[in-house]
Design a protein around this ligand. Structure first.
Ligand code: AMP
Ligand code: MG
Length: 418
């Protein structure tokens, strides 16, 4: 009997998504080195160290109103007080003498001795330089306390946090002009498939039979950029073994991750698989999700190091969904981000899904004005319209049918794309 291996493709068992994700995240260690960037440019980046505040914010008790700073004991309704000083934001006053008031403006420090602000609407300025208090203040009224936003020494932003516009403002409020963040992941992006042509290069009416436009390249590049990656878009991999090996070996040099789409289905003849195997290692995973079953993880070695390799399925919706569920957490983890489960809401299905699948499904749905979910009718993994139309995915467990009115787990796409 012949000892040659069977030509029949080996059917790997389907892996649960959570297990594949855990495996993938273990491989995303160690994290990228930190660098300092201007706070202005740090939106979306991952903080590499805790940020301790060197000061109290606000730095002084200050007024939250335009009005008069007073001593509560002096300020009964109907009382006239001498306006002894004027304190605008950016200046500071002196000790408030008993029986006097200080004209004060929003943000200005409360002078020592004052224990309340009377807003100007509750006062009448008299011609003789006094002010009449028309409503007696409560102690502490309209005073913003020193340190009420941030206390000196407090951790204001923590390592592993993804910075948002509000984070940048907060970091600036404690004096940081630059922030320590993880270096951007450098990602080389390739598409595979001889059927692919680029929009702009071939006019729609000149498309040969079987040719399709390369759509994955566009959303993958955009998704990578949203995750803070520096993308080298290396186009369509040439359909020859040697050229593919060379392209991947070159890409491994300057990149943390090589990401490809297409050509990872079981048994398919393509040049990416043997090329990655020749340069490092490759594992083909069959993940028990729909859309998105085939997925490849590997490493392409160079010198002492290596670049991670991830191969996504070619079907556009599979490529899109596996990117969101697997590549996104991988890239966040590379940057040292605390990975969190995607946000999930329990919402009523306003549709029926009578045919259960063996795999866990991610259905493209959209919230409607009644607070329920509508289903995109064609859930085929090739129908990219579904991903564009949807504002979220229903995470439907294996073997589960859905009746109209059932509560289902909704994952907003916005929480997977920022
Ligand atoms: P594959 O995973 O290479 O077998 O591809 C599965 C399906 O996805 C085929 O119909 C391909 O034509 C299609 N496909 C692969 N790559 C792309 C791409 N970059 N853009 C659009 N469709 C693609
Ligand atoms: Mg292909």
């Amino acid at each position: 009997m012949s000892q040659t291996p069977s030509a029949t493709p080996h059917r790997a068992p389907l892996r649960p998504l959570d297990e594949a994700l855990r495996d993938l995240l273990e491989r995303a260690q160690p994290c990228l080195p930190p660098e300092r960037v201007p706070t202005f440019d740090a939106d979306g980046r991952v903080l590499a160290q805790d940020l301790h505040s060197p000061l109290d914010v606000p730095g002084h008790d200050n007024s939250s109103m335009d009005g008069y700073a007073v001593r509560v004991a002096d300020a009964q309704a109907g009382q006239n007080l001498q306006v002894a000083q004027r304190i605008a934001a950016g200046s500071s006053g002196t000790e408030l003498a008993p029986g006097t008031a200080a004209r004060i403006f929003t943000g200005a420090p409360v002078p020592p001795g004052a224990d309340a602000i009377v807003m100007q609407e509750d006062c009448r300025a008299l011609d003789d330089g006094r002010v009449q208090i028309q409503a007696a203040p409560a102690p502490g009224q309209w005073i913003r306390r020193r340190g009420e936003d941030v206390a000196r020494g407090a951790v204001v932003l923590s390592q592993g946090q993804r910075l948002s516009p509000a984070s940048l403002g907060l970091a600036a409020s404690i004096g940081f002009a630059q922030l320590p963040v993880a270096r951007r992941p450098r990602v080389a992006l390739f598409s595979t498939g001889d059927e692919l042509v680029m929009p702009g290069e071939v006019e729609p009416e000149a498309m040969k039979p079987g040719a399709i436009y390369n759509s994955n390249r566009f959303f993958l590049r955009a998704l990578l950029q949203r995750l803070g990656c520096e993308v080298s878009d290396l186009g369509i991999v040439p359909d020859q073994r040697e050229a593919t090996v060379r392209a991947l070996a070159d890409a491994a040099q300057g990149h943390d991750l090589i990401l490809t789409s297409g050509g990872v289905s079981v048994g398919e003849e393509d040049h990416i698989k043997p090329a990655v195997q020749a340069l490092g290692e490759l594992q083909l995973w069959q993940i028990a999700i729909k859309p998105g079953k085939p997925f490849a993880y590997g490493r392409v070695n160079h010198g002492q190091g290596f670049a991670h390799f991830i191969g996504l399925p070619g079907n556009p919706v599979s490529s899109f969904v596996t990117f969101l569920l697997l590549v996104r957490p991988f890239l966040l983890q590379l940057q040292g981000a605390r990975t969190t489960e995607p946000e999930r809401l329990s919402l009523p299905a306003h549709f029926a899904w009578p045919k259960a699948d063996k795999r866990r499904e991610f259905l493209r749905v959209r919230r409607n004005a009644q607070g329920g979910l509508d289903l995109f009718l064609n859930q085929s993994s090739g129908v990219l319209t579904s991903a564009q139309w949807a504002d979220g995915l229903v995470d439907n467990p294996p073997g589960q049918t859905i009746a109209a009115g059932d509560a289902v787990a909704f994952i907003p796409l916005s929480s997977l794309m920022d």
